[in-house]
Design a protein around this ligand. Structure first.
Ligand code: LLP
Length: 421
């Protein structure tokens, strides 16, 4: 459920007509709904009610500080994967003790930044990283709290580019070697081993892979405890999928996911962390774009939009589907015709959809890409020297530009011409 609904024949974001924002901000732009962000965060929080837990929003999904502040205000922690994300979370007012640091290639500099600024834990992914972290912590006269990310060798049954839990992926340490790696970690003077971390992939549309992974984590918890480790925290990652094609997809709900967590690891008495990104932000954001031209091609019609692959790369990168709807509500029973929906960028990959059935659309009409709140704006670029797409946050009847569109001068002046030219 989200708060982008038709009202009196026009699409609204909460209580604001989308067309009104477009008139003020120009297109394309991302628009987020506070009520939807809030609702989705709370679904996770409530799903874990009764267990000691922290929902650490995977801020890579959408990291504008206004979004982070909205979620932090609801009690969210953050899952960060770079020094930049750490700094951004702190700038948005998130305290260090609510930030977990994930990622396969943390640099010593990033480790230092987080240790100095305060951190809940590092999710360590390899032995060399473990040794580096111990050294950095020692040099600062402290000990770094860690979990070790285990790779449970479970098939997440999702797109190959976003599956992470199979042994051929670069993530974590093989679960079969966990005892040996935990023994080394416990012996390193700069580390404090507190738990286990797992994350098997993103856009999972079934609970079964989670079940398999979490059962393995539960078993490992008992084994490691028997080995003398004080395992008291389990970070179970993110990955729960959203319905991108609303007419025929119904992934499991956070409530079912929460029940599964309680069922698989609830008896261990550990503090539980989860790291959802997509389900919190995905349906809380739309990308609004305007039709530049309707072009009749050979045997196909092209809808050429002012939004492009640089603004939303998911279709080009993962063959991802996004529902695309007109901002003016089509009249009931309006005839639908197939369109290839494309952007103006100079490559054929700049295609959002092929043969998509749409009601009649004309030059100047606005369309909205649904489910664009996660991995949309954060993956945008200025390819083709197209200004980085702006972001807007709606709260009831108010809206604010939370990242402005850069001017051409701002873009161009970021380059420096060397003196010999
Ligand atoms: N935790 C870790 C360690 C992760 O690597 C990820 C996502 C998450 C949590 C959040 O997963 P989520 O709940 O959002 O599924 N750009 C891709 C998605 C990449 C996901 C990377 N890791 C896309 O647009 O589909």
């Amino acid at each position: 459920m989200d708060h982008f609904l038709y009202r009196d024949g026009a699409l609204y974001a909460e209580d604001v007509p989308v067309a009104e924002i477009a008139a003020r901000v120009g297109t394309p732009f991302y628009c987020y709904s506070t009520a939807t962000l809030t609702r989705h965060f709370r679904l996770f929080d409530e799903a874990l009610e009764g267990t000691d837990h922290l929902v650490c929003y995977a801020m890579k999904a959408a990291s504008n500080q206004a979004i982070l502040k909205t979620l932090a205000g609801l009690g969210a922690g953050m899952d960060v994967v770079s020094g930049g994300e750490y700094a951004r979370a702190r700038a948005a007012g998130v305290p260090g003790e609510k930030i977990v640091f994930s990622g396969v290639g943390k640099t010593r500099q990033e480790m230092r930044l987080a240790l100095e600024g305060g951190i809940r834990q590092f999710n360590v992914e390899s032995e060399p990283e473990m040794r580096a972290l111990s050294e950095v912590a020692m040099s600062l006269g402290t000990r770094a709290p860690i979990t070790i990310r285990v790779n449970p060798d479970v098939d997440a049954k999702t797109h190959a580019k976003i599956a992470t839990g199979k042994s051929e992926n670069k993530f974590g340490i093989p679960i079969a070697r966990a005892r040996e790696v935990y023994a080394e970690a416990a012996a390193l003077p700069g580390l404090e081993v507190i738990g286990i971390d797992v994350h098997i992939g993103s856009q999972l549309t079934e609970l079964e892979p989670f079940r398999l992974a979490y059962l393995k984590v539960a078993e490992l918890t008992e084994t490691l405890r028997a080995d003398g480790h004080d395992i008291r925290r389990l970070d179970l990652g993110g990955g729960l999928g959203i319905p991108y094609a609303r007419s025929n997809e119904a992934p499991p709900l956070p409530t079912d996911y929460g029940a599964l967590i309680k069922e698989t690891v609830g008896h261990l008495g550990c503090e539980i962390e989860i790291e959802p990104g997509r389900l919190v932000a995905g349906n809380a954001g739309i990308l609004v774009s305007r039709v530049i031209y309707v072009k009749e091609g050979e045997g196909r019609n092209f809808l050429i939009l002012d939004g492009a692959m640089n603004d939303l790369i998911r279709p080009a990168m993962y063959d991802a589907h996004h529902d695309i709807v007109p901002v003016l509500e089509p009249t009931p029973g309006a005839e639908q015709t197939p369109y290839d929906i494309v952007g103006p960028v100079c490559e054929s990959g700049d295609t959002f959809a092929r043969g998509r059935m749409m009601p009649p659309l004309a030059e100047g009409d606005l369309v909205a890409f649904r489910g664009a709140g996660a991995y949309g704006a954060v993956m945008a670029s200025e390819y083709n020297t197209r200004p980085l797409v702006p972001e807007v946050l709606v709260h009831e009847h108010q809206f604010a530009v939370i990242r402005a569109r850069p001017t051409f001068d701002e873009m161009i002046n970021r380059d420096t011409i060397p003196e010999w030219l």
